[in-house]
Design a protein around this ligand. Sequence first.
Ligand SMILES: NC(=O)C1=CN([C@@H]2O[C@H](COP(=O)(O)OP(=O)(O)OC[C@H]3O[C@@H](n4cnc5c(N)ncnc54)[C@H](O)[C@@H]3O)[C@@H](O)[C@H]2O)C=CC1
Ligand SMILES: O=Cc1ccc(S(=O)(=O)O)cc1
Length: 473
Amino acid sequence: MTTCNFYIDGAWCEPLQPGTPHPIINPATEQSVGTVAMGGALDADRAVMAARRAFDAYSQTTLAYRTEMLHKLQGIFERRYTEMAQAISTEMGAPWDLAYDSQAECGPGHIKATLEAAKDYPFEVKSGKGDLLCEAIGVCVLITPWNWPMNQVVAKLAPALLAGCTVVLKPSEFAPLSAKLVGEYMDEAGYAPGVFNMVYGDGPVVGAALSAHPEVDLVSFTGSTGAGIAVAKAAADTVKRVVQELGGKSPNIIFADCDVDASVARGVKRCMNNTGQSCNAPTRMLIEKSVYAQAVAAATKAGANVRVIQPTEKGDGIGPLAMKRQFETVNRFIDIGMHCGARLVVGGPGRPDGFDAGYFVKPTIFADVTNDMPIARQEIFGPVLCLIPFEDEEDAIRIANDTPFGLAAYLSTNDKVKARRVAKRLRAGNVSVNASGNEYCNPFGGYKQSGNGREWGRFGLQDFLEYKIINGL
Ligand SMILES: NC(=O)C1=CN([C@@H]2O[C@H](COP(=O)(O)OP(=O)(O)OC[C@H]3O[C@@H](n4cnc5c(N)ncnc54)[C@H](O)[C@@H]3O)[C@@H](O)[C@H]2O)C=CC1
Ligand SMILES: O=Cc1ccc(S(=O)(=O)O)cc1
């Protein structure tokens, strides 16, 4: 049984204001594997003040020193890679190949991208007659979710450290094991006390106290749009910067001129990946009417072929949802889909055959969905795909953009001119043509209610920097 405690001022410690410990539930077995200590506002304050005390010295260290420290941290992430994959798989249910090849890889992946970006980042340049400096913004609070825990923690932590910021990490109480390892790695790397601090706690208490704290200069938040709005409101009175990476309901446009069967199969797989718990999952497949019947048949076949597996099993497949609450939410949406006029072609409510325990759900696909149905408008965060027909290019763009979100968009066509034309009109931060993937060096983030910042590589670094112009030197 693991106990996850706080890491403040260079030491592991228990909360000053303990709440009820949060059980760590393995979502595949529903068994407890440990507890997370939950704190209160006093703990938030203690961590912020440790980061504040450390800021002056750490922010004045040389870029060469911070680069060397980050290289050291990268080495630790690489050496202790397998235990990170194990922690992620246990806490949120990612099957082994996904946990090992993708989830854990995000840690060293983002560190490398940050180090690469820093090599030619214009930290000090001439501007007019003045000297333009990009300096550490200050004490940063990092609030992260449970769905891609290392992606979200390290995409924030690596640039913050490189920039010279000190941090307080508040990971999700549903992903405490991987965060505990990050604390151990930071300790092992030898960062000075107070540079990195970590507290666990729920959003409305600890998250809110951190967001409102007057000694915090920036909050970098990833999670639901509702919680992101609460963070921004709590932060407003102290005029701190807030960077939000929020939800999505991303369209995947299948034009008739593409290889329909292959594109649809790829779209189904990508939607179901991580059991549908990705902010950028392509959950609305928009299909040109002339190939709609063919595409529905291809989606039905591909959906039926998605294997549901135990997290310990190797190979392709989806694991359980991360927690009971998600299990209930996803089943509720499947039920809504069945009663709002959509046609269920794969899956349905309840656990798949052969699974008597765990938060496993069936990969589920609805055809004949219209974009005004709740299953097409709200982020379900489960393996649920909506198939929506469209008339022509204009109609596809209209439906794709008819959402409060704007994180990602996907399209398949053999016509490159059309692909560029459509991509330019999609109101989304990341557009993938013909199943291309993301690269750590490029910006990740959303338009509209999907957020207001960009993470990854030099774009992530920018968030943690403040401009200063010095005239007269
Ligand atoms: N964009 C993304 O990557 C994610 C989106 N979501 C969406 O959110 C839904 C609910 O998942 P949750 O885990 O409940 O997400 P959430 O947004 O409540 O939690 C994410 C993080 O925010 C913190 N938080 C929550 N309320 C807060 C507040 N008022 N002030 C400060 N921090 C706060 C949580 O403790 C956690 O660390 C999902 O079904 C999904 O739709 C969830 C996780 C990640
Ligand atoms: O939810 C965060 C997330 C998940 C996956 C990816 S990627 O498309 O695999 O790069 C990005 C962000």
